[in-house]
Design a protein around this ligand. Structure first.
Ligand code: NI
Length: 141
């Protein structure tokens, strides 16, 4: 088993709030990310696939193909967008890094060719990131 990762970047804005919370509770819960007119992040997305090395190519999969998939299915849909209003697959969802990672997994997992999606790692900043390994990650560490 070997792990191969493609890293891509995108920029997007969001506002974190729950419409069912009071203004005070939203502010207490989300702090700066609750700014009424939103704010931006430079995100870094790392998509890791696990699989076996194919003997006649020496590769698990074609990284160009993986890049194209992530670009088409995720990056093109979120780059330079307002995540609260511009992205159909995020409608009704608080656009935290956690929720983005889960949605990105759901978009990519059925479409990975040659190998299996192992991990989504999403950096919202250099110091803040989340890792999602799906619901069936037991035994993969
Ligand atoms: Ni934020």
């Amino acid at each position: 088993m070997i792990f191969i990762t493609k890293k891509l970047e995108f920029c997007a804005s969001h506002r974190l709030y729950n419409p069912e919370f009071s203004d005070e509770k939203n502010q207490a819960t989300f702090g700066l990310c609750n700014n009424p007119n939103g704010h931006g992040h430079n995100y870094t997305l790392e998509v890791t696939v696990c699989g076996e090395v194919v003997e006649d190519t020496g590769m698990v999969l074609d990284l160009k193909a993986l890049k194209g998939l992530v670009q088409n299915e995720v990056i093109d849909k979120v780059d330079h967008k307002n995540l609260n209003v511009d992205v159909s697959f995020l409608t009704g969802i608080i656009p935290t890094a956690e929720n983005l990672a889960i949605k990105f997994w759901d978009l990519l997992e059925p479409r990975i060719q040659g190998g299996r999606l192992y991990q989504i790692k999403l950096f919202e900043s250099d110091r803040n990131f989340v890792i999602y390994r799906g619901e069936n990650c037991e035994g993969l560490d």
